[in-house]
Design a protein around this ligand. Structure first.
Ligand code: D41
Length: 679
């Protein structure tokens, strides 16, 4: 190729990139599209074709490279250099009044200037820019550390890969909220439904699910958006600094190329805040995205600094939440569900009603006392409430709408699943099925508990499979699991040959779990993970435990008199002894894991970063052992890192540790750390 054609290709590529970035900006940031979609697609195709014939011109920040990375195996944990704080909440005007009063008092001023913003119901995210380029995106996580979702975030076209101005700060962290539009959500669900796939219950879950895809090409196809609400320029002093206040920061963020909410505005004093709240509440239904309240922030950064923080929330900001949504619907029926220990839970079956962003058909009624207290009756119109991700609740019946005299609901005298009689314990709200493991419902829930991740950890043995195995009488108790073969499993619904084979090996692997896990998995009443661990370490084998009397059980830390009695009763039950004998016959070998006392976490508060390869253990083993001792293991080095553990061929993390003066351990140092910490 001759020189001038290469040069003109280079120039055209540059023009196309600029033009496409400009269209993205107009579309996603200014809400003012300048070209039809077809024209945009044409520009993209031209750019793709030029980059194909001139591979030397490909640039990671080209709009064609948004989907660059291949599917990942998981997300790395990354630390936030400046913690992502949370917001204090207010649920009524009085709490807002109190917030304003405290601020006026602390600052000793008469009127506070605030910035008021809508509170988007999305996912908080941190975007790090270095020399004007997006280098890292992380979820909020617990505020101190989140997950590295850079590859997925790069596919979101509302987020610039490069800042739009030349004079941007060299390092910049932008924080904001990733969300999905309501219209995009509806379209996504229509598509998923068409493919027979699982749909999402609301835009927030859809956004979260889309961001957590391991394969960025899937995220790229999802209608995700972004609003920026804060920026950090100087991590060392944690200056929230673009300009001198929140208004100025939002304006500057817009210049840098970020979408900011057009509803955000200055508000002088309490009354202006409350007026903003009402206004946004009015506008809420017409928006194309979900909001769950508004946020008030003291505008001036100097005043923010003076006010400071309480625990994890700034004193200068407040989320004023909209009330939980309520709707009226009809209570069609009350069903009774039977739990693992036989506990009966009445469940309200409702005429489907859309409330709080999802269609609700069930709500728990907890127990008979609750039903009497609220006086809800089958046939009533009831108020149903749902807030955020909370389980829907029946608030009360509308007694005035009761046309006929409806009878009070009565507990069944017999278990709806197995017909055994129902026991009521004097002075307790709960009713129980007396059928024990004869009751298929209890058996199913007990098997689910047995297979759970923190119990025997049998991957692939979920509710649907268990229900079929019990209903077909293939499995009655946990020991029967170990007699299943791939052929039987492959005959179940929703089970292919491959998943059947995987399940058989998962069941096989569970023959060799720790004694503590087995004890927890057995589902002895009130024996949780902590007491199971204590029992395993104390007795070291199952026979000794099975023969222990109540007194010696009570003597163990983490085992009280009630638990001791439940344990004794469990092992006195002949059927339970048979199940255990049968588990052993089928090849179970339960060992005692040499772990420190549960709850004792000598490395709690320490953070480590692993780099390079270790001789005697894999990185994930090292990570697991450190975490068992209470340490955190993250993927990036900061000044908060306790030490970097470097194997052979360490990467840039070692350089970073040295630059920051963070301690470095080699493999021998790691071994010493683990053994001195009781591993
Ligand atoms: O729209 C939001 N969800 C929003 C969240 C917002 N407009 N502003 C926010 N400001 C903050 C501070 C004051 C701490 C910078 C926030 C959040 N935080 C936030 N989002 C999730 C946790 C905290």
């Amino acid at each position: 190729m001759n020189r001038s054609s290469a040069e003109s290709a280079e120039q055209r590529v540059r023009e196309l990139r600029e033009e496409i970035a400009e269209h993205n900006h107009r579309y996603y940031v200014l809400n003012d599209p300048s070209v039809p979609d077809a024209e945009y697609d044409r520009l993209m195709r031209e750019l793709e074709s030029l980059e194909r014939s001139h591979p030397e011109l490909v640039d990671p920040d080209s709009p064609t490279q948004r989907v660059g990375a291949r599917a990942a195996e998981g997300f790395e944990t990354v630390e936030h250099e400046v913690p992502m704080l949370s917001l204090a909440n207010a649920f009524d005007d009085d709490e807002v009044r109190e917030f304003d009063r405290r601020i006026r008092e602390t600052l000793d001023i008469e009127t506070v200037v605030y910035t008021a913003e809508p509170k988007l119901d999305g996912l908080a995210i941190s975007l790090r820019y270095k020399s004007g380029r997006l280098v890292r995106a992380a979820t909020r996580g617990d505020g101190r550390a989140g997950e590295d979702v850079t590859a997925n975030v790069r596919t979101i076209r509302a987020i610039p890969l490069r800042l739009r101005v030349e004079d941007a700060p060299d390092t910049l962290e932008v924080r904001g909220e990733i969300y999905m539009t309501r219209s995009g959500f509806a379209e996504l669900n229509r598509g998923l439904e068409g493919e027979g796939g699982k749909t999402f219950v609301n835009p927030r879950n859809a956004a979260a699910g889309s961001l957590r895809q391991l394969d960025p090409t899937i995220t790229a196809g999802r209608p995700l958006r972004f609003f920026a609400y804060s920026a950090i320029v100087d991590a060392e002093s944690a200056v929230a600094g673009l300009g001198d206040g929140q208004q100025a920061a939002l304006a500057r963020l817009a210049e840098l190329g970020f979408p900011v909410s057009s509803m955000a505005r200055r508000a002088r004093g309490l009354e202006a805040l409350l007026a903003f709240y009402r206004e946004v509440q009015e506008a809420r239904a017409d928006l194309d995205f979900d909001i769950d309240g508004v946020v008030y922030k003291v505008d001036d950064f100097d005043q923010q600094r003076e006010l400071g923080y309480v625990s994890r929330s700034p004193r200068w900001a407040l989320a004023h939440k909209f009330p939980a949504e309520e709707e009226v619907t009809r209570l069609e029926r009350i069903d009774v569900q039977v739990g693992r220990t036989g506990k009966l839970t009445p469940v309200a079956r409702l005429e489907p009603v859309f409330v709080g962003g999802v269609t609700v058909t069930n709500a728990t009624l907890h127990n008979l006392d609750e039903i009497r207290r609220k006086d809800v009756r089958v046939g009533d119109y009831v108020i149903v409430r749902r807030a955020g991700d909370v389980i829907p609740e029946v608030v009360r019946p509308i007694v005035e709408k009761r046309t006929e005299s409806l009878p009070e609901w009565e507990l069944p005298t017999h278990c709806p699943v197995c017909g055994s009689h129902v026991e009521l314990v004097e002075g307790q709200a709960d009713a129980r099925c007396s059928g024990g493991l004869v009751c298929p419902a209890q058996r199913k829930r007990a098997l689910e508990h047995f297979a759970a991740r923190n119990a025997m950890d049998i991957d692939g043995l979920g509710t649907r499979i268990i229900d079929q195995l019990v209903d077909n009488e293939r499995v009655g108790d946990p020991a029967d699991l170990y007699r299943l073969d791939a052929e039987t499993l492959a005959g179940l619904e929703r089970m292919g040959e491959k998943s059947a084979a995987n399940l058989v090996s998962a069941i096989d692997a569970s023959r060799r779990v720790s004694l503590a896990r087995l004890l927890f998995a057995l589902g002895i009443r009130e024996v949780g993970e902590v007491s199971a661990g204590a029992l395993a370490r104390h007795f070291r084998d199952l026979d000794a435990l099975m023969d222990a009397d109540v007194e010696s059980l009570e003597a163990i830390r983490d085992v009280g008199p009630v638990v001791a009695r439940h344990i004794r009763e469990f092992f006195d039950e002949e059927r339970n002894r048979e199940v255990i004998a049968s588990l052993l016959e089928n090849g179970g070998e339960w060992h005692v894991e040499q772990a420190p006392e549960a709850g004792e976490q000598p490395l709690k508060g320490n953070t480590y970063v692993l780099t390079g390869s270790l001789e005697n253990l894999t990185r994930s083993e090292a990570k697991a052992r450190l975490e068992r001792l209470g340490a955190r293991v993250t993927g990036s080095v900061s000044k908060n890192t306790t030490a970097v553990i470097a194997g052979s061929d360490p990467g840039s993390k070692l350089d970073k540790a040295e630059a920051l003066g963070v301690d470095v351990l080699d493999e021998a140092g790691l071994e010493a750390l683990l053994s001195s910490s009781g591993d």
